[in-house]
Design a protein around this ligand. Structure first.
Ligand code: PBG
Length: 315
């Protein structure tokens, strides 16, 4: 019987989401009479080793993904489950996205010490986040809040909420949902207040482009509406060269109505802001071609000066 080796990081979230995907793939394989078994292989990435350093200064998001991709290229593993938002814009030669499964909740969540909403946080409350995107939008909505960096995996950030005197921290709802910690969420932030990161809540299953067996199995696992939304968001990201950690967010929704042959209608909203939240550029557009839509919204923001903001942050 064919054994599929699945590479994963060792964080609670990575292990959980990899396990969940493997369970679903087992069911799918059984339904289609595909004989295979799965083996999980843990890999320590550079990103895990230097979580305390400011990631944006040492090479950005690719850090969590790179070593897993090397293992894929080398044939040590056959597939890997990544958080889509951690994926760099371009994949290495020879690797492909085998499937994008159905998206979890894309919103950011607020985890507080006893406050039920963002509006309930007292004047000058201390909020922990090391995401420039979250900081920018939070400061735009509540200029009085104080923001401080908080790093680490989900579990260590929740611990720091208690230990380091934060009034609240921000995390992606999806991660908390996946590891069963939704009870910790005090409030969900709507996209009108906080646009999520590109691909937030979605997963990316990567495999070798030449692996016909994996491509066949994973192809059956793809959720087309999610894939369309993610393509639009990533086209937006690519146009703004948002590979590294920058204050940029985007969210695409997909209409249920797919009347006609042109496919479902996508609506994409994108934002670029200064980290202090004083300047906030936001645009929306609708269309059916995800890449064209992503470029259109990005160009609308560029026309308003988005590239100048991003250049300043990258310095
Ligand atoms: N940058 C870390 C990261 N990458 C993916 C998630 C979980 C949510 C998701 O799948 O989008 C998180 C944690 C967070 O931002 O709270």
């Amino acid at each position: 019987m064919k054994t599929i080796i699945v590479g994963t990081r060792q964080s609670a979230l990575a292990l959980t989401q990899t396990g969940q995907v493997v369970e679903l793939l087992k069911q799918l394989a059984a339904e289609h009479g595909i004989a295979c078994q799965f083996e999980i292989k843990k890999i320590v990435t550079k990103g895990d080793r230097i979580l305390d350093v400011t990631l944006s200064k040492v090479g950005g998001k690719g850090l969590f993904v790179k070593e897993i991709e090397q293992a894929l290229t080398d044939g040590d593993i056959d597939m890997a489950v990544h958080s889509m938002k951690d994926m760099p814009f371009e994949l290495p030669e020879g690797l492909v996205v085998g499937a994008i499964p159905k998206r979890e909740d894309a919103r950011d969540a607020l985890i507080t010490r006893g406050y039920r909403s963002l509006d309930e946080l007292p004047q000058g409350a201390l909020v922990g986040t090391s995401s420039l995107r979250r900081a920018s939008q939070l400061q735009n909505y509540r200029p009085d809040l104080r923001i401080e960096s908080v790093r680490g995996n989900i579990d260590s950030r929740l611990r720091k909420l208690e230990e380091e005197n934060f009034d609240a921290i921000m995390l992606a709802a999806a991660g908390l949902h996946r590891i069963g910690w939704q009870d910790r969420i005090s409030a969900y932030l709507p996209p009108e207040i906080c646009l999520p990161a590109v691909g937030q809540g979605a997963l990316c299953i990567e495999c070798r482009g030449g692996d016909a067996f994996m491509l066949d199995l994973l192809g059956r696992f793809q959720h087309e509406p999610t894939a369309l939304a993610v393509r639009a968001e990533r086209a937006f990201l690519g146009r703004l060269n948002g590979g590294c950690q920058v204050p940029l967010g985007a969210y695409a929704s997909v209409s249920e109505d797919s009347s006609g042959e042109a496919g479902p209608l996508l609506t994409l909203t994108g934002m670029v802001g200064t980290p202090d939240g004083v300047t906030m550029l936001k645009e929306s557009a609708s269309g059916r071609d995800p890449e064209a839509l992503g470029l259109l919204v990005a160009d609308q923001l560029i026309a308003q000066g988005a590239e100048r903001i991003l250049a300043e942050v990258r310095e």
